[in-house]
Design a binder for this molecule. Structure first.
Ligand code: ADP
Ligand code: VHF
Length: 359
């Protein structure tokens, strides 16, 4: 096996018993497989849900709570218990594991983004398995929509992983939710995430999981765009993580649509807030969208926002306001405003290397 970086995301539905509490046997099974991959020389990162499941009964709830504050409290208790379980299992293989709690928004701040990358790189370089979960106590949207799927895609993209494995309680994506539609057919390979496919993806199947296939598809969209293929497969099949890496697991495989997007461009494409808008004429729109050229000040017809040199701005076609992409601008707004629309040669407004076009 060639040495690879593998990100595995395991959902609540794959870590729990039918009453919603943590299943230690399932955790042991997953860690055994991760240890096998790590021992074979791969870099392995686990994104694990399950904190709420591990904590609610210890906190005196009879069943999995539904109120946000209750879930956050349960997760605060359960996260430690979950890590205790992973640590104990991985210690048997002398593999250190690390807890990292993140939220989607941590990727939007450039310094935090770099820090995540920095510590993950050290952990992987020193043979540890990072175990990531949402920072549930402070999560706002994530607890409602089950965004560990997205988080795992963000991590896989950042690390230029060879594969993102989304382990769940079903063996892949179907044309409809098989739990409610007996005619649903399994989809083996997805080369393009079309609106029809998104419409076929429904919400969570059990009372334990959140997000269902909807969040798995948006995760697959982010990862594949950054150049990382994705496999959705079942955690119930024996040894399925190892089989997924070998290419023999049954599941739905999403081929990478992009090419190994540079980490700096990923930040710009997926997370960077836009500090302003530029509107360009037809010639400039053609140069950007078709000829893969830089944006010159002469092609800009209007600017909006109080942006500064080095900020990320969005670019639109004049008239139709079609979104063309995002880039790092080389001027403060007042300076660009003075020279826009002028044909004298100037430094590019956005250099091609700092540009990411719309899909
Ligand atoms: N088109 C579909 N194909 C397969 N599963 C689907 C589909 N639409 C909805 N689902 C549901 O998604 C569930 C998996 O998501 P979820 O319960 O959130 O799991 P996890 O906890 O692993 O994230 C499946 O059990 C299934 O019921
Ligand atoms: N962060 C929460 C789970 C949220 C989540 O994404 O759940 P799932 O859809 O089961 O992966 C927890 O640890 O309980």
């Amino acid at each position: 096996m060639e040495k690879q970086t593998i990100v595995v995301k395991v959902g609540t539905s794959s870590l729990t018993l039918s009453d919603g509490t943590m299943d230690a046997e399932k955790i042991r099974n997953i860690t055994t497989q991760l240890a096998a991959l790590q021992t074979a020389g791969h870099h392995v990162i686990l994104v694990s849900s399950g904190a709420i499941a591990a904590g609610f009964s210890r906190l005196g709830f009879k069943k999995r709570p539904t109120k946000i504050a209750d879930k956050q409290a349960a997760a605060a208790v359960g996260q430690g218990l979950l890590m205790e379980e992973y640590t104990k299992n991985l210690m048997a293989y002398q593999i250190p594991c690390a807890q990292i709690l993140l939220n989607r928004s941590d990727f939007e701040d450039r310094r935090r983004y770099k820090n995540i990358f920095g510590s993950l790189s050290v952990l992987l370089g020193r043979g540890a398995i990072p175990i990531i979960n949402e920072n549930d106590t402070i999560a706002i949207e994530e607890l409602k929509v089950g965004d560990n799927d997205t988080l795992s895609a963000q991590v896989a993209a950042m690390l230029h992983a060879s594969l993102l494995i989304l382990l769940t309680d079903i063996d892949g994506l179907y044309t409809a939710n098989p739990k409610s539609d007996p005619n649903a057919r399994h989809i083996d390979v997805v080369n393009e995430i079309t609106p029809e496919l998104t419409a076929a993806a429904g919400g969570a199947g059990s009372g334990n999981g959140t997000g269902g296939m909807t969040t798995k598809l948006s995760a697959a969209s982010l990862a594949t765009r950054a150049g990382v293929p994705v496999l959705i497969c079942s955690s119930a099949e024996e040894n399925n993580i190892v089989r997924a890496v070998k290419g023999t697991a049954k599941g739905t495989y999403f081929t990478a649509s992009g090419h190994n997007m540079k980490t700096r461009l990923q930040w710009m494409a997926f997370y960077a807030p836009s500090a302003g808008n530029l509107y360009v004429d037809e010639g400039a729109a053609e140069a950007l969208a078709v000829q893969a050229k830089s944006l010159l000040p002469k092609g800009i017809v209007a600017v909006e926002g109080d942006f500064k040199k080095g900020d990320v701005v969005s670019v639109f076609r004049r008239g139709s306001h079609e979104y063309l992409g995002k880039g790092i601008v080389n001027y403060d707004r007042p300076d660009l405003q003075k020279i826009m629309n002028e044909s004298t040669s100037h430094t590019e407004a956005i250099n091609r290397d700092n540009w990411i076009g719309a899909e």
